[in-house]
Design a binder for this molecule. Sequence first.
Ligand code: ADP
Length: 658
Amino acid sequence: MIYSRSVCKRAFFPGICGTLLIAVMGLLGYLPGMRILGSIGGNYIPMAPSTAVSFIFLALTLLYITLRSPSKSGLIFSFMTALIVTLFGGLEALEYFTGTDLTFEDVLVPLAGHLNGVPIGRMSPLTGLGVFLSGFSVILLVWRNRNTLRYDAFSRAAGWLGGLTFLVGFTAGLAYLYGHPLLYGRGITVPIALTSALGLIMLSLALFGAVGKTVFPLNILMGTSTRCYLLRFILPLAVTAVIAGGLTVLFAEKIAGVNPALLSALLIVAMTVFVGMLATWISRFVGGEIDRFQATAEQALKQQEELNIELNRLAKFPEQNPNPVLRLSADGSVLYANESSRTLLLNLKQRDGKILPDNFSVSFAELLMSGNVSQQEVDCGETTYTLALAPLTDEGLVNIYGMDITLRKKAEQQLAATMEQLRASNRDLEQFAYIASHDLQEPLRMIANYVQLIERRYKDKLDQDACDFIHYAVDGAVRMQQLIDSLLEYSRLQSRKKPFDSVDLNGVLKQALHDIERLIVETDARITSDSLPEILGDAVQLGQIFQNLISNALKFRGEAPPEVHIFAEESSGYWKISVRDNGIGIEPEHQDKIFKIFKRLHSRADYPGTGIGLAVCKRIIERHGGETGVESEAGKGSTFWFTLPKKEKDRHGRIQSN
Ligand code: ADP
């Protein structure tokens, strides 16, 4: 619907209603005793019946073509109606020049008499002009409906014709107000009735509405430009001023009987003052607007400049980066590279100015497809960089952010070298301990054997002191042998290790208990255990741990018969196995030390031993990737614990340590 889109309903409907109202009242005014309706209180001549009928036809045609999309026959009918009315109006206007009755109105409608000396019932040539102009405008509006290609051109022409119609009606209306009969045709020809002038104004209003707000004259009133904004203020003011002036004249001359010369002088003064005030207001308003605009423009300019300075600083950001920043296109062309990229660029393989894909572990195509950042190291002789290749998939570009990791690399290399040295010296030490203890055994055994031989053979021939000395020597040799055995055992942990296998700790515990059965019976111990897990490890070494911990629990027992409980707790990733006893306990400050080799808290007289058991346990557990520890209080028993990584089944069902 092309109409409803453009029609300005605020002008259209008041215009149509006003036209129809004035026309119907004009017609009614010819009924006997109803003149008051058609001639504004009976003081002015009424519009001619032909004028009223023309108005009604034009208003209804306009209403019909504007409100609905008319059919072809409807359009033809509307066109014909408007054409007849237009021709009629045109001929009436021509009567002024030809002096003959071209429309045969005399024959059609009898003269309705005179009012204030003016003949009434005939259309005035001025009204005819107005009807012609408005009728032509309606014709164009009907026409634009058939020719949508020239829709705007027809609308514009119709708008201008409507404007002229308004001019005719408004001029005549003012002539009445200001009392200038010549202007409304009196004395020259049949004068235009005041109601006809009002009818023309109303009709032109309806035409403006129908034409739409995008073309003249409503476009200049309703647009969004400053010009339209100003006009919306000034035009109503000017029209009101002109009408108010006219009303003043009318009142002063006709009712108050003021001298016409004085009146026009006063009117000139009033108009001058009004125009002056209007000019002042306009200049203030326009000046203010210009100042405001200028201030806003200056502000915007300043903001733009500030923004530029930022932007400039930001643009320098990657330039100032001490690390390489590059942007490459998908084919390897370098679109941007900061100063710090120079070394890197020199070391990257290039062909025809493009970085070759084999510089990187991933191709740009893969990178852009995945959208993920790829990290990699590039060795540039003296310098090593780690590069983050960040794809900009939408733009088909790759940003490269480099970082100089030369120092870190060197530190890593140094650390690796130191570790290797450490491992080597550790290996040497172990070797030394092993050889030393192994080779010491033989001479020591000889000393012990021969001293024991002296003791046996010459026991009766020696005095008590000599016997005691020999006894101490034997004792020392035996102890030394034990120590050397322990040391040998400790160093063998490394050399005699077996590959890990799946181990059921319940079985390992059972075997360990079997091995120390005599001790258990001797000490009258009660040993209980919960179900233990299956782990990955060295069954012999794990058995040694149980043996050491349980033997200790029995050795360091208190007054009561020993009670030992072995249990397992599950944690994420590992098992914690504990051996709890009711023995003598350990002071907190000693709890860390006892895992060190040869560290003991008691004299050999109180509790025999070499101080190697817990060190062995710790070493075995470390080899299994776990930790050792103790929770204890003096006199309240101890709980020795160790952790072992859980074993997990891989997707083939094989068991592996995690
Ligand atoms: P050893 O048993 O030969 O002395 P260990 O390395 O096995 O050597 O133990 C080191 C020390 O830790 C022991 O001398 C003892 O003082 C303390 N200890 C070990 N186990 C216990 C325990 N269950 N209760 C109290 N003290 C213990």
